[in-house]
Design a binder for this molecule. Structure first.
Ligand code: HEC
Ligand SMILES: [Cu+2]
Length: 482
């Protein structure tokens, strides 16, 4: 790190903001102690916030022992109108809670994995100096809590994310957030601060297809997202959810990109960033139109709002914005300034282009049709497989090494039909050996009717070199009580 440069930058921006009336003294309390040797005084529990809000600035406080309580929650949420998605979250939001620290803080991190969750997780914080950014010490199973500590020594804005295999899948399901490390004395004060994080999402159905959409591993591998959004969903920052400021105020956005794959060309239509903390570090660039936010990276942008209106926040790779969702809004209230902008302003001019266009969700889904013969059962089972099992066991039942066992030519599956039915009904944990390879994961219990379980298993047994065995609904209901 380069502290001298950081301070120079901070002073320059203080001077700039000072001229806009938003500033006071700051960063005037430099101890000269290297962060690694800073002593901590006292202890406090970190304030954590869901996006788009951020915790209170550190100001002039001393370095302290900061306790961070983070709970991992797997929960269903809304990707867009009528489109549901099973998110994996840090503290229930996507992105996860914003963590605000200062250099020299000793962070005691409590990572809890909610007992209702299906999978183990962990956390890699890019602000950590240590193996895996904490990932190595934080692997935690459902119903458990791990504690680890680290000292923050480099100022800047950093991404954190889950690093459990398959990592891209955990990130694609929403497991990322930002941790800010302020310099000694704090960042220069501004009037408004917000938290925005971009992410790309891969669903089985296409953009706008209604209902619960499972994760699609193949689209993730191909880097073809169906949704590219700010703060986890289409519309998180539009309409009533728009972020707000008043004419004359200075605004600071903490912008992150969880990815897992795309980089963001972050832009606010009708604004110029007065300051950009390039890649969230201590280099300050001035008068920037669009700033690049890499996957797994961040940026801090600052600007003063001079005129009222709606300022549209976009990824300037614009088909994403208009067709996949990465569109937000900043609403600025106050008096017009005709000298800066003459008027004739239309609010939300980009809205009609879409981005939030959705197919109407169908009427109440009809009850699962009954199969008249084996052929129909297999065809119906294929649909159940695509919706329910494919995300983990993959398109052709090949599974993912070290994570999800294969269902194709599976000796384990073919050995015991009754056991396979029980696994689908009740889930499965603990070590198993499939085709000579060990797996020790968590298969969630599936919420399916007897008919659907019979169909999906008949399909699997009829496919990929398995032993062709029809499963009847009566065989499933006989296993329900077990
Ligand atoms: C969230 C991921 C996930 C989903 C969704 C899922 N499984 Fe699994 N499945 C697993 C894991 C992990 C295991 C291994 C469990 C263990 O290690 O004990 C497994 C094991 C199995 C096994 C036994 C091992 C083998 O390879 O023969 C069968 C059979 C199975 N799953 C069928 C299904 C079916 C059918 C569905 C859909 C109705 C499904 N699974 C949905 C993750 C999943
Ligand atoms: Cu995870």
């Amino acid at each position: 790190m380069n502290r001298i440069k950081f301070l120079t930058g901070a002073f320059v921006s203080m001077w700039l903001l000072g001229s806009c009336g938003g500033s006071q003294q700051h960063a005037d309390k430099q101890s000269g102690t290297p962060p690694t040797e800073m002593k901590v005084t006292g202890e406090s529990v970190a304030e954590l916030t869901a996006p788009p809000l951020v915790p209170k600035p550190v100001g002039n406080r001393e370095a302290t022992k900061l306790i961070v309580n983070m709970e991992i929650v797997e929960k269903e949420g809304e990707m867009a109108d009528g489109v549901k998605y099973l998110y994996w979250t840090f503290n229930g939001s996507v992105p996860g809670s914003f963590i605000r620290t200062r250099v020299g803080d000793e962070v005691e991190f409590h990572l809890k994995n909610h007992p209702n969750n299906k999978l183990p997780h962990n956390i890699d914080l890019h602000a950590v100096t240590g193996p895996g950014g904490g990932a190595a010490s934080s692997f935690v199973a459902p119903g458990h809590e791990v504690v680890f500590s680290f000292k923050v020594i480099n100022p800047g804005l950093y991404v954190y994310h889950c690093a459990t295999a398959p990592v891209a899948m955990h990130i694609a399901n929403g497991m990322y957030g930002l941790i800010l490390v302020e310099p000694e004395g704090g960042l220069p004060p501004v009037d408004k601060e917000y938290y925005i994080m971009q992410g790309d999402f891969y669903t089985k159905g296409r953009n706008g297809d209604p209902g619960l959409q499972p994760f699609d591993m193949q689209k993730a591998v191909d880097e073809h997202p169906d949704y590219v959004v700010f703060n986890g969903k289409v519309g998180s920052l539009t309409g009533d959810n728009a972020i707000k400021a008043n004419v004359g105020e200075t605004v600071r956005l903490y912008v992150g990109n969880g990815g897992p794959n795309l980089i963001s060309s972050f832009h606010v239509i009708g604004e110029i960033f007065d300051n950009v903390y390039v890649e969230g570090g201590d280099l300050i660039n001035k008068n920037v139109q669009t700033t690049l936010v890499p996957a797994g990276g961040a940026s801090i942008v600052e600007f003063k709002v001079e005129v009222p209106g709606t300022f549209v926040i976009v990824d300037h790779a614009l088909t994403r914005t208009f067709n996949k969702g990465s569109l937000g809004m900043l609403t600025v209230s106050g008096d017009e300034n005709k000298q800066i902008y003459s008027g004739k302003q239309t609010e939300g001019i980009y809205q009609p282009e879409g981005g939030t266009i959705q197919n109407m969700p169908g009427e109440n889904a009809p009850a699962a049709p009954k199969a008249a013969n084996l052929e129909e059962r297999i065809a119906l089972g294929k649909t159940v497989y695509a919706k329910t099992c494919l995300a983990c066991h993959q398109e052709n039942g090949q599974g993912i090494a070290n994570a999800f066992p294969p269902l194709a030519k599976s000796d384990y599956l073919n050995e015991d039909v009754g056991r396979a039915i029980e696994i689908v009904l009740h889930g499965k944990t603990g070590e198993i050996v499939v085709n000579g390879a060990k797996f020790n994961g968590v298969m969630p219990a599936q919420v399916l009717s007897d008919e659907e379980v019979a169909n999906v298993l008949s399909y699997i047994y009829a496919s990929w070199g398995n032993k062709k065995q029809e499963i009847k609904p009566a065989m499933v209901s006989a296993k329900r009580g077990h």
